[in-house]
Ligand binder design. Structure first.
Ligand code: PEP
Ligand code: MG
Length: 842
């Protein structure tokens, strides 16, 4: 095309000019939609910056575009998040298709109303057709409506010619989940993604169609929530394009979409067709209901003589121990094996056995005595109201049933399962879960249980989607009923339609492909596109997990939760055994990798059977972590000695949990130095602290000179900053580590550490969230210590980012007001950067 003569764009408003980089909304500041400028308005009438045709005006009047005869297209967007005002405060003065002259009034708006009810009044003028331009005024300062601002060179837009070949392929209809339809932000994300494919792509709504690579065309479709849309594509990558764009649309194109919003208006999802629980293990499955009800056991109370019943109990216990040994041997992963080892420990528990023998001495039967002892102890655990002990109760009930059946001679029921079974139960026991035939079981749903239970851990290890905490009437569903389990959203759909099933399967397929690729590339370093290396290490609790982390590309251990090594023991491990454990782990890592051993973090929600503690009203605010260890210095000294035995086998680091005062660090260091001296060590391992209490974060500059490193425990830092118990079921969605308050504490910690030349890791669960990776990198975090299965994904995420972008997004989110806004901004950023690089593979 021959370039036409240049075109001047006039100021559409009077106000203060700002560079786009200063707009606190990444979808605009990242220029995903187009380049241009921003005005903080002092006038209230938006006027045409150029002559042309109104190519699109939103019903709500907050955004419109004008296209001139050379194809230059300019988008005007009044305010940020003004789509939520649904037209309130805006008066449209023109219609779509109308020809306008430069300077003509287009929309009047009530600046006071918009300023009070939307996020911002900042108004954008963007050249969305992509022509280059020059600024005719300084890039900051006051401008007058009608004043020439930009000189555009028409005809020079970068052309991305579409391939047009073969017949178009069409997706299945999908239901648009976005609360406000495809307005500017999601439309930009979709168009950006579509541009990544060479095929020509269209979005269809009833009889209307829009070029999916054109932001304006998508907006012109005037979609709303619940609209039925289809994607079509023609070209060599048509199939991949359809798959990716359908998945993106269903995911909200970067916007948060609540499950209920996916409902079609004609058939709203009601409680009759949907049951909600909590995600225990992610994924989704379509299959048939299989109810799992345990048969009632007939337990005689009176025994046939104490000697006889004692022998019966001993036989039952022995047989159970053998069965558990066999289960341990064939367990798929360390998590499973650990659970069965814990069950074996319970069989030897002196308190339980004492209770049972006491009842045998009173003439009760072995079955009755054992059952009463296990039930009483399980009840005691449950009644203490602590998540971890409640899980112990489930384990105890499981072991109890196993022994009971062996005493009574009731064979273990093997479920006769149909294909594609979705199990429904009041509660599955850990052994039932571990024994599930995954060729037939696709997932399960339980009334009881929690997201941190052993059953949930096992389900994740088996890759079985599952939800727990579902209302009890799920137990009344008929066997064979077809249901859709969407564990990611914690939902069980009772009347799924074909489109829903296929959409979910398409999303899953894409996730699976992505994961396969990430695992295949797990050994590559986590280096951003612009060359910044971030260390990705593992959070572990056993030697097996260390070994697994190395096969998944882990670069070391950023957090060894030492209290988990012996969580299920009734007796303290001997000093030799402790030293052996640490040395084996250090040896597995080798001298080139970091091993960060956290000293015992007992208390709070983590009682340790062999460290008896008095009950406390507020255990999370009580004798926890380093406080407890300093109260029992022998415990800490013994652990230091055991850890020091592994010095030289790996790059050893010792880390103190729950530090809130400088004196705790000083006291601990002195003890460590004394123990090292006694062992004849000439070199001390690195000593660092966890930053998980606000006082430590706020005084990081005071701590920094005295430590070798910090590792931020965002799980506790969030609970203590927001004053929300991390186990509180009703506060679970609010106790969010994406809260700007938590992020600001991370920012100041990093700043203080770097000022003293110390490195900072994050080992709380926030580091394992791909969405959080850009902000953590942008804040300067040096190491991400993540849960083992997520190592490949986190490394892949790092490789898709640019440090400079991360710094920008980090600065932006620190200024936001709440966690939801941070998540939303990061989702948009993620959609516009990470996900627009092609992810679909054949
Ligand atoms: C944390 O608090 O973020 C942390 C890593 O420690 P834990 O979860 O073991 O308390
Ligand atoms: Mg912690």
């Amino acid at each position: 095309m021959t370039p036409s003569k240049s075109l001047e764009l006039l100021a559409p408003l009077s106000g203060v000019l700002l560079a786009l980089d200063q707009v606190p909304d990444p979808v605009f500041s990242s220029r995903v939609i187009g380049d241009g400028l921003c005005i903080d308005p002092t006038s209230q009438t938006l006027c045409a910056p150029l002559a042309g045709v109104i190519s699109n005006i939103q019903d709500s009047g907050h955004a419109l575009s004008v296209t001139d005869d050379n194809g230059v297209q300019v988008l005007l967007h009044i305010g940020l998040d003004t789509v939520n005002l649904a037209g309130q405060g805006f008066t449209r003065l023109v219609e779509e298709g109308q020809r306008v002259v430069a300077g003509q009034p287009l929309v009047e708006f009530d600046a006071d109303y918009v300023a009070l009810n939307a996020r911002s009044l900042l108004t954008l003028m963007l050249v969305v057709s992509g022509e280059p331009f020059v600024l005719l005024v300084p890039d900051q300062g006051v401008v007058e409506e009608g004043q020439p601002l930009l000189r555009v060179s028409p005809g020079q837009a970068s052309s991305e010619a579409d391939e047009e070949e073969g017949d178009a392929l069409f997706s299945k209809p999908l239901t648009l989940p976005n609360a406000n339809g495809l307005h500017a932000r999601p439309a930009a994300v979709l168009a950006q993604a579509a541009k990544g494919f060479s095929s020509s792509i269209y979005l269809h709504k009833q009889t209307q169609s829009a070029n999916a690579k054109s932001l304006v065309a998508i907006m012109a479709l005037q979609t709303s929530r619940g609209d039925s849309l289809q994607v079509s594509a023609a070209g060599t990558d048509a199939e991949a394009a359809i798959q990716a764009l359908v998945a993106l649309l269903l995911d909200g194109c970067g916007e948060t979409v609540a499950a209920v919003e996916v409902a079609k208006p004609a058939a709203p999802v009601s409680s009759a067709t949907l049951m909600r629980g909590v995600c225990a293990s992610p994924g989704s499955a379509f299959g048939q209901v299989v109810q799992v009800a345990e048969p009632a056991l007939n337990i005689p109370e009176t025994g046939a003589g104490e000697t006889f019943e004692r022998a019966a109990l001993a036989r039952g216990l022995r047989a159970a121990a053998e069965a558990l040994q066999a289960l341990q041997a064939k367990a798929a992963g360390s998590a499973q094996a650990e659970i069965f080892r814990a069950h074996q420990e319970l069989l030897e528990d002196p308190t339980l056995l004492e209770q049972a023998h006491g009842l045998l001495a009173q003439g009760k039967s072995a079955a009755f005595a054992w059952n009463s002892a296990t039930l009483a102890t399980a009840k005691l655990f449950e009644g203490l109201g602590k998540a971890l002990l409640a899980e112990r109760a489930a384990d105890l009930a499981d072991v109890g049933q196993r022994v009971l059946k062996l005493i009574l001679g009731v064979p273990e029921r093997s479920l006769d399962l149909p294909e594609c079974a979705i199990l429904v139960a009041e509660q599955l026991t850990p052994s039932q879960t571990a024994g599930l035939d995954t060729s037939k079981v696709l997932g399960f749903v339980t009334v009881a249980g929690g997201a941190t239970s052993h059953v949930a851990i096992l389900a994740r290890a088996l890759g079985l989607p599952s939800i727990c905490g579902v209302p009890a009437h799920v137990l009344a569903l008929a066997n064979g009923k077809r249901v859709l389990l969407d564990a990611d959203k914690g939902e069980l759909h009772l009347e799924p339609d074909l489109a829903e099933i296929e959409q979910l399967q398409a999303v899953r397929q894409q996730q699976k492909l992505r994961l396969q690729r990430e695992i295949a590339q797990a050994s590559l370093a986590a280096i951003t596109r612009d060359g910044h290396h971030v260390e990705v290490t593992a959070n572990v609790a056993s030697l097996q997990e260390v070994e697994q982390s190395l096969t998944l590309g882990g670069e070391g251990v950023g957090l060894l939760r030492s209290e988990f090594l012996y969580l299920d023991r009734n007796r303290a491990p001997s000093p030799e055994e402790q030293a052996g454990t640490y040395s084996a782990i250090a040896r597995a890592l080798g001298t080139e990798r970091n091993l960060v051993v956290r000293t015992l973090d007992v208390g709070g929600d983590k009682p340790l059977a062999y460290v008896p503690m008095e009950s406390e009203t507020n255990p999370f605010l009580g004798l926890r972590g380093i406080r407890l260890c300093l109260e029992r210095p022998e415990l800490l000294r013994e652990q230091f000695r055991a850890i020091l035995a592994s010095a030289g086998l790996a790059r050893l680091h010792i880390m103190l949990p729950m530090v809130s005062q400088l004196c705790e660090l000083h006291l601990s260091r002195r003890m460590l130095e004394e123990e090292a001296l006694a062992l004849g060590l000439t070199e001390l391992p690195k000593l660092g602290i966890m930053i998980e209490v606000p006082s430590a974060a706020l005084m990081a500059d005071v701590f920094a000179p005295h430590v070798d490193f910090f590792s931020i425990g965002t799980n506790d830092l969030t609970q203590y900053t927001l004053a929300m118990d991390r186990d509180h079921p009703r506060l679970a969605s609010q106790a969010d580590s994406f809260h700007p308050a938590v992020l600001r504490l991370i920012a100041s910690t990093v700043k203080a550490a770097h000022a003293h030349g110390k490195w900072v890791g994050v080992c709380g669960a926030l580091a394992s969230e791909p969405l959080a990776v850009p902000v953590l990198i942008g804040l300067g975090v040096d190491e991400l210590s993540v849960s083992v299965p997520l190592i490949p994904s986190i490394k892949a995420t790092v490789r898709e980012l640019e440090l400079v972008d991360c710094q920008l997004i980090a600065r932006q989110v620190l200024g936001l007001e709440e966690a939801g806004q941070v998540r939303e901004a990061l989702r948009l950023y993620h959609a516009a950067t990470v996900e627009t690089s092609p992810v679909v593979e054949h």
